[in-house]
Design a protein around this ligand. Structure first.
Ligand code: MTE
Ligand code: MO
Length: 257
């Protein structure tokens, strides 16, 4: 897998540079902003985050395209979490995913947890009954390719509001069936184009593209668009997700596009 090889290569590179600075600064870190780990490469994360937040108004919309602009769209990274050959980094979730796959996701529910009044499983049928948003957007991969597709889903904001966002909420973390874990801040979480997508180009989201639900967060680089969502957790603290996160692979937490 192209994406995975790239990650491993960058991981070695970054690990070499971080050294002991990371160990000493981690303990004292306030955890309410993306940390730098005392690492010059990681400082870019905080700078990019702050700069992008300054120049891009909170509710500015990413560009949307026309049906005629829709292009071919390769499936990258994990293409089936139930199949170890197709990228599952979290084999203990493979049987669970296989169980949903067998029922064409009729038995699937998205777990919503953390700082919400009503945690629990939100069934796909219920999520589909909520008001939806459809957007045609460009998917920009860190590997240098891009593609345009139409995405349909429920705004994350509506789902979080239905679950009842507690006042101290600052981040939303996402966990996937293949082991991916990542997070976004509340500004991106409440943005109108941030959707839990269950449709692509007018059909159900295909398995290789992240069925039954993937995140679309349109103002960041595409690896934030997590496929195969298993759960969503609202937190007050920043979380780099350790070995399951992308940060330790040398990927920045915040990359505005
Ligand atoms: N769970 C999960 N989400 C993921 C990935 C992955 O491997 N697993 N790959 C990321 C990367 S690097 C890209 S470019 C896009 C690929 O989405 P696509 O397969 O629909 O093109 O998903 C992102 N989200
Ligand atoms: Mo990517």
């Amino acid at each position: 897998m192209k994406g995975d090889n790239g990650k491993i290569a960058r991981r070695g590179f970054v690990k070499g540079l971080v050294g002991t600075a990371a160990a000493t600064t981690l303990a004292g870190c306030g955890k309410t902003e993306p940390p730098t780990y005392g690492n010059i490469l990681r400082m870019g994360d905080l700078l990019t985050y702050k700069a992008h937040r300054l120049i891009v108004p909170e509710h500015a919309l990413a560009r949307e395209y026309d049906l005629a602009d829709i292009s071919a769209h390769p499936a990258i990274g994990t293409t089936n979490p139930a199949d170890p050959e197709k990228g599952g980094r979290h084999p203990e979730y493979a049987p669970e995913y296989a169980g949903y796959l067998k029922e064409a996701f009729g038995n699937y529910g998205l777990r919503i947890d953390g700082l919400v009044e009503r945690p629990g499983m939100y069934s796909l049928a219920n999520l589909k009954r909520m008001p939806s948003r459809t957007q045609i957007t460009r998917h920009t991969c860190e590997e240098g390719w891009s593609a345009i597709a139409q995405w349909t889903g429920v705004p994350l904001r509506s789902v979080l509001e239905a679950a009842g966002i507690k006042p101290n909420a600052r981040y939303v973390q996402f966990y996937a069936f293949d082991g991916w874990a990542d997070g976004i801040d509340m500004i991106d979480a409440l943005h109108p184009q941030t959707i839990l997508a269950y449709g692509m180009n007018g059909r159900d989201l295909p398995v290789p593209h992240g069925a039954p639900i993937r995140l679309r967060v349109e103002r960041q680089v595409v690896y934030k668009n997590m496929k195969f969502l298993r759960s969503v957790v609202v937190t007050e603290e920043f979380d780099d997700h350790g070995e399951w996160g992308n940060l330790q692979n040398g990927w920045s937490w915040y990359v505005g596009v």
